[in-house]
Design a binder for this molecule. Sequence first.
Ligand SMILES: [Zn+2]
Ligand SMILES: [Zn+2]
Length: 178
Amino acid sequence: MIIANSFQIRYHSHLVGCYWLLAGNVVMVAYTPSALKAELHERGWRMTPQRETILTTFQNLPEGRHLSAEDLCEMLKEGDDPIGLSTIYRNLKLMSRMGILRELELAEGQKRYEINQPSPYHHHHLICVRCSKTVEFKNDSVLKVGAKTAEKSGYQLLDCQLAIHAVCPSCQRSILPT
Ligand SMILES: [Zn+2]
Ligand SMILES: [Zn+2]
């Protein structure tokens, strides 16, 4: 068992995957390929080679990278398992609904995706509304509010993210009168 900040991360024998515990309650899930396979199976979906490729691609992305469907398609084109754009769109939607991926709107009308990770990697975004430059930051209090709010209403928390829309320092400089 690893203690990460105030959260406990451990494996439950009766549950699939890695769960977050907050005050003894399971609040969120992080997926491994085998956990994803079991979860998909339970919901009547199959773990296809494409889904596994998408999951591992996101798991291996460097910190701070967010991919659009087109970015992912382009990345996979060069590898051994290219996947068509429509299959990518479908699977990104499915995996976001399951809480495996996060769907982010970092710039207007531009959906980007990243893996939904538990603490201590869970993060929020500070976004420049002019140039879309995005800074990731961590804040467990936001997550705790999310977990408590969901729990109070009997909802199962999949993700909790704060998006702060702002103007970055260089864009502030460029709009100042000269
Ligand atoms: Zn991010
Ligand atoms: Zn900016």
